[in-house]
Design a protein around this ligand. Structure first.
Ligand code: ZN
Length: 444
């Protein structure tokens, strides 16, 4: 177990304690009781003919009210001490540390970070949380107080609420508020009903897919078929194909009603009704699906086994659906916040190690905006392939693209131009010679 895991375990225990102790339901009950007592007393006083009764009612009221108020206070005290305890545990196990880098590239863009968070919440279907977040981010525009305090602090254990304190704002932070106002207007655009409706639709279709119901997804794909086809997407066919397979498996597997719309017969009817429109593009696959009928009694042993495996099929179409839905909205399939945080967490240990070594040796990082080491990220998180010219040791760019020369070696175009004597050059890696006009640009 790593120190981090231990910290998380300890925190989870504290959190359980907090949710047990910090419940204010007893206080709420007591307040309700006080209100009842007061209202009853008011009725009595209002109806009393004799002033004596009124003062008696009030005297009788004194003690129980006092007791109830004390109970409310006790409850509040419990809750606040539990909260403080949790805050302490949080600081202890995850102390706010200054970043391992000298410069926090995101510190100047708190509004962008807010936007990424809001967008992430929207994509996850957390609409009310997103809306609260956007409201609060607009009421309290982001400033740099937290970062500044962290930089100036030697001991990293800053109380969270202190760091958040508005009074600590310096002049620098004030200017950043004005600077970020435009970004904030941007944030309010996320509150648009249209965007929320879109994501609500995506979310509800994803819920259906999770419950193995394909209808809403198919309907969405059909009503957007022109755009999807223009993008070269097969989504509508993939969904319809899965629907066929799903019906084919029958009620024992799909748990749909056991009637003529289900089972092999239901699948066949479905294919007749819906596959016609896909024939031009997917004839072979449709033939395959139809031939599988012959093997129905023993599908597992048949060559169609793979086509009919549904174990990951629903997760797969859900991923394709999310990708297509987001791309029609002009968004990436994965939440950028999720990717950034995950990639950051994966890369951070190496960065910290590198920075420690750098500090120990007193050496400097010379290349701007570029890491001096490889970051081990999974392929799914690598978005732009890069090529570094092996001679110039520089990353190729649009104006200096990678070029393959006749011997098969690849160099930056400027390198080849420098190597040229007249129109000919000699490859620095093998004995071949080539001509500039024979070099071909490589598109990564
Ligand atoms: Zn060569």
């Amino acid at each position: 177990m790593t120190a981090n895991d231990m910290g998380i375990n300890a925190l989870q225990k504290e959190l359980a304690e907090l949710s047990k102790m910090a419940r204010l339901s007893a206080a709420v009950d007591n307040v309700d009781r006080i209100i009842e007592q007061l209202s009853a007393a008011r009725e009595q006083v209002a109806q009393a003919l004799d002033p004596h009764t009124a003062s008696l009612t009030l005297t009788k009221l004194q003690n129980p009210t006092k007791v109830a108020f004390e109970k409310v206070n006790d409850n509040l005290k419990e809750a606040s001490s539990a909260q403080k305890k949790f805050g302490k545990a949080l600081n202890e196990h995850f102390p706010l540390k200054s970043l391992p880098a000298d410069h926090d590239a995101m510190a100047d863009h708190p509004a962008l970070i807010n936007r990424a968070i809001a967008m992430h919440l929207l994509r996850e279907g957390q609409f009310s949380v997103a809306s609260t977040f956007i409201d609060e981010a607009q009421d309290t525009p982001p400033h740099h107080a937290l970062y500044h305090q962290l930089e100036s602090e030697d001991t990293p254990s800053v109380e969270l609420d202190e760091a958040m304190d508005e009074d600590d704002m310096d002049a620098d932070a004030r200017t950043s508020i004005t600077a970020s106002t435009t970004d904030n207007n941007d944030l309010s655009s996320l509150q648009s009903q249209e965007l929320q409706t879109k994501f609500a639709e995506m979310y509800s279709i994803l819920q259906d897919l999770k419950a193995r119901n394909l209808f809403s997804a198919i309907e969405w794909a059909r009503s957007n078929s022109a755009e999807l086809e223009a993008r070269g997407s097969n989504l509508e066919f993939e969904l319809s194909k899965l629907q066929y397979v799903w019906l084919f498996k029958g009620p024992a597997v799909n748990r749909l009603p056991d009637d003529e719309h289900n089972g092999r017969f239901g699948a066949l009817t479905y294919a007749r009704q819906h596959f016609g429109r896909f024939q031009a593009r997917h004839l072979r696959e449709i033939e395959k699906l139809a031939s599988a009928m012959v093997f129905a009694p023993n599908l597992g042993e048949s060559p169609y086994n793979l086509v009919f495996a549904t174990d990951s099929a629903f997760t797969d179409v859900a991923a394709s659906f999310t990708r297509e839905f987001c791309s029609l909205l002009g968004l990436s399939a994965e939440s950028p916040l999720y990717i950034a945080v995950t990639a950051g967490a994966l890369a951070l240990p190496k960065l910290m190690k590198y920075n420690m070594a750098k500090r120990a040796k007193g050496t400097e990082w010379t290349t701007a905006n570029e890491l001096a080491f490889e970051t081990p990220l999974p392929e799914s998180m690598v978005y732009h392939s890069i090529f570094v010219c092996p001679v110039a040791k520089e990353q190729t760019t649009e104006s200096n693209p990678p070029m393959m020369i006749p011997c098969g070696h690849v160099l930056g175009r400027e390198t080849i131009q420098k190597l040229c004597k007249g129109t000919r050059f000699k490859c620095p890696y093998c004995p071949s010679e080539g001509q500039l006009k024979d070099a071909r640009q490589i598109i990564l």
